[in-house]
Design a protein around this ligand. Structure first.
Ligand code: FAD
Length: 318
């Protein structure tokens, strides 16, 4: 698909008022589920932010919370620390990410055994991106080279519930969209139980991808990954890196707001609410939020979806 047609399809699919969307209509039938991604903080201030966010978002009784893992294992200890604390201090279901690039098979299998022994039953299995900063590498023969190899490896350890990555706008390295879809299908056939998508803003791309998954025999849920826009310039950078289209109408909304973070954040929340409500009307019942460790916008979006606090706040200390 060309960039122009991508932008057009984004407008058509995401401008809700044109297709009769009523923001007051509330959720349609069916139980909604949400899950939240966090990342290991790098300094004490960010750590306080993380645990405040966990406390607040835990009220919404997420299906699970996931914790990212730096490619090449660079955040291994910090990921483990956060996962352990979440397990010890909360009743949340925790899904650690495991990335294989730059780590030996033995290390990955050891980590998986450790997780299983400590009661973790859900992993998010990813190849990871080649390390740019650390340059740490591993002999190809000694690694799980692709996400598919990693899924097979993790399944050899135990009956984990395994989520894998999916790409509505095709992974940048894929030879073709068809190849990328075949790769997803292979990961599911190897035992993955759920796909979580790369973030996107073009709902049309996601809905077409979901149809293509069904046609290709992918029978597991393909959960949309939602990235609330907090700082537009940051999201533009992320989107360039992973090939996500930003529809022209969204760029227009943030026009001239580079120095006005507060208005940008409010608009970001509004865009995400439109996005999830539109998906909800297309039958989506599970949303995975890339929280960037911030609770406020994600909490507001969930609230707009009709999700209300259901759990007592967890007690955690930063
Ligand atoms: C939900 C989600 C969570 C993420 N969490 C993290 C994280 O915690 N840490 C992190 O570092 N990154 C994370 N990422 C990013 C992810 O690691 C990158 O997108 C990575 O480049 C691909 O990972 P994958 O598991 O999809 O790889 P794969 O499934 O291996 O696919 C990677 C690419 O290789 C192609 N391919 C697959 N098999 C072959 C083959 N045999 N021959 C040729 N080409 C092939 C695929 O089509 C695709 O283009 C996440 C992404 C998502 C969507």
């Amino acid at each position: 698909m060309t960039n122009v047609s991508r932008a057009e399809s984004g407008r058509a699919s995401l401008e809700p008022r044109r297709d009769g969307h009523d923001p007051e209509a509330g959720p349609t039938a069916g139980e909604l589920a949400v899950s939240f991604e966090f990342f290991p903080p790098t300094d004490p201030e960010m750590e306080v932010t993380l645990w405040n966010s966990v406390r607040r978002l835990s009220l919404l009784a997420p299906r699970f919370v996931s914790v990212t893992y730096g490619a090449d294992g660079s955040t291994r200890d910090r990921t483990l620390e956060i996962v352990q604390k979440l397990r010890a201090d909360t009743s949340l279901a925790v899904a650690p990410h495991v990335t294989s690039i730059g780590s030996s098979r033995a290390d990955i299998l050891g980590l998986a055994r450790h997780y299983w022994a400590s009661g973790i039953r859900h992993l998010v299995a990813l190849r990871g991106d080649p390390p740019s900063a650390t340059g740490r590498t591993c002999a190809p023969s000694d690694t799980f080279r692709w996400g598919l190899d990693l899924v097979r490896g993790l399944r050899s350890v135990a009956e984990f519930d395994i989520s894998v990555a999916a790409y509505p706008e095709t992974h940048p390295e894929a030879r073709s969209a068809r190849d990328d879809l075949d790769n997803l299908r292979a990961k599911i056939d190897a035992g993955a139980t759920r796909a979580i998508t790369q973030f996107f803003f073009d709902n049309g791309a996601y809905l077409r991808f979901r149809d293509a998954c069904v046609a290709a025999g992918v029978s597991v849920p393909v959960v949309p990954g939602i990235l609330p826009i907090n700082r537009f310039s940051q999201v533009q950078r992320f989107a360039r890196r992973c090939g996500a289209t930003i529809p022209a109408w969204i760029s227009k909304r943030f026009d001239g707001l580079d120095e006005d973070a507060e208005t940008g954040r409010l608009l970001g929340a509004a865009v995400a609410v439109e996005q999830v409500e539109h998906l909800q009307r297309h039958g989506v019942r599970h949303f995975h939020f890339y929280t960037l460790n911030r609770a406020d916008v994600t909490y507001a979006i969930c609230y707009a979806l009709g999700i209300r606090p259901r759990m007592a706040a967890v007690r955690t200390t930063a």
